[in-house]
Design a protein around this ligand. Structure first.
Ligand SMILES: CC(=O)SCCNC(=O)CCNC(=O)[C@H](O)C(C)(C)COP(=O)(O)OP(=O)(O)OC[C@H]1O[C@@H](n2cnc3c(N)ncnc32)[C@H](O)[C@@H]1OP(=O)(O)O
Length: 404
């Protein structure tokens, strides 16, 4: 078997080969727009080729920016389009592609790789760990009354307005509002202009018909939107709610929850620790289901740890094992005034962990102490896990709703 890079000329055969592992045929492009694969970066793709020349596997990567805690924007490879044809599964094809890809990413100078996992059992062995989470919230309309927030506060006061547009008429607004939002949201990914231009991905990037409730501030500047559609038997599904702040999110949520002829509203992506549930008069009104979002992999531990912002001072010695790449490092992490230094050390470790666990705690969405309790991370002294919790926390829960 051989792993080879793809070029633009390979797009059709790449898409065709990729669909076989999923047992599906490529769907017709969404109405008036491109198919999701029109955003593929074919200079970053890989084919696995069998000894007889047959194409048996694919993998790709997008060039994204990931927002790290502290509103730091870092380049991140978005691994995608991974598949091995059913006749050649469990023979190490994916393992060979992952090894090749990680080596290539490092050669390009990248230090972070992220993905959305089709199955949770696949990627930990390659050093990825679940790092962001998202909630699907379903609210029956008859239970959708809001409690009046006693203290008022930011979430209670909206001075803006909402207008309903059609997806086809407001692409530029969506692109602008999303871009402003993602720069301030830890765990969010950029949506390169190309995605919007070709209508790749899922709604509202794709041109599938959708209504867009656009929120504007008091000066008329768009600062949020909810992309939605009502389908039989009266389910209003919100693809995503993007908001500059809590007040805008609340205004948009109130708006869709008041939609006539909808018997229930499904918010596909509500960030963890979101106040919406607390704002409803009936605390049990919404049913939530949790999903993992972004899986993160560190390719250069000191670079990744010094890149993000920090919110508490402290010092930790981390003993990091990377079994897939056969590497091991012990680092002294020192945080002062929002910035970290990370240097090799011989000091006794505070925590021993696998690089996939470091990926899980990196964006602040998974408490290190949780992984200590789960038996993943080993704490070598009392207080080490609590200190790690305080250090790794982000300004708010990381969240990624970009599908790729
Ligand atoms: C980011 C994305 O694109 S997510 C999309 C991922 N693709 C899919 O889900 C499409 C359908 N599935 C597939 O194409 C394949 O089964 C893949 C890509 C998931 C795995 O490819 P394979 O070539 O079979 O993986 P490979 O042989 O290298 O497996 C390595 C190890 O992972 C395990 N493994 C791989 N996939 C799975 C799985 N789906 N479930 C359980 N174990 C798995 C293997 O058993 C093996 O374990 P071992 O080392 O203990 O023997």
């Amino acid at each position: 078997m051989e792993i080879r890079s793809t070029t633009d000329q390979d797009l059709d055969v790449f898409v065709d080969t990729l669909h076989t592992p999923f047992g599906r045929f490529p769907a017709a492009p969404a109405e008036g727009g491109g198919a999701w694969w029109s955003a593929l970066e074919m200079d970053r793709g890989l084919f696995a080729v069998a000894a007889d020349g047959r194409l048996i596997g694919t993998a790709g990567a997008y060039s994204f920016e990931l927002t790290l805690p502290g509103e730091i924007l870092a380049p991140a490879a978005g691994v995608t389009a991974v598949g091995v044809v059913p006749s050649h599964r469990r023979q190490g094809v994916l393992t060979a592609m992952m090894r090749h890809q990680l080596t290539e990413l490092r050669a390009r100078g990248e230090f972070l790789s992220v993905l959305l996992a089709s199955e949770a059992v696949i990627y930990r062995r390659f050093g990825y760990g679940p790092a962001t989470y998202t909630h699907r919230l379903t609210v029956p309309r008859h239970k959708a009354a809001f409690a009046l927030p006693r203290a008022g506060g930011e979430a209670g006061s909206d001075t803006g307005s909402i207008e309903v547009l059609r997806r086809a008429d407001c692409g530029e607004i969506l692109e602008e509002v999303y871009d402003r939002y993602r720069r301030a949201q830890p765990g969010a990914l950029s949506r390169p202009h190309r995605w919007w231009a070709v209508g790749a991905g899922q709604p509202p990037i794709s041109r599938a018909p959708r209504y867009i409730a656009v929120h504007r501030d008091a000066d008329g500047v768009p600062d949020g939107y909810a992309s939605y559609v009502v389908a039989d038997p009266g389910t209003l599904t919100v693809d995503e709610t993007i908001a500059a702040d809590d007040a805008v999110f609340t205004a948009l949520a109130r708006f869709v929850l008041a939609h006539d002829l909808a018997s229930e509203v499904v918010f596909k992506h509500v960030p963890p620790e979101h106040p919406l549930r607390w704002q409803l008069a009936d605390f049990r009104a919404g049913q939530t289901s949790d999903e993992d979002g972004l899986w993160t992999r560190l390719l250069d531990v000191p670079r990744a740890l010094t890149a993000r912002g920090w919110f508490t001072d402290g010092e930790l010695v981390l003993d990091v094992d990377d079994p897939f790449l056969g590497e091991h490092g012990r680092y002294l992490l020192t945080v002062r005034d929002g910035k970290a230094e990370c240097v090799p050390t011989d000091r006794e470790p505070d925590l021993s962990l696998d690089v996939s666990d470091l990926g899980s705690i990196y964006l602040g969405g998974t408490a290190p102490s949780l992984l200590v309790r789960a038996g993943h991370i080993r704490a070598h002294r009392p207080g080490a896990a609590a200190l790690a919790d305080a250090l790794f926390r982000a300004e708010r829960a990381p969240h990624c709703l970009h599908w790729f």
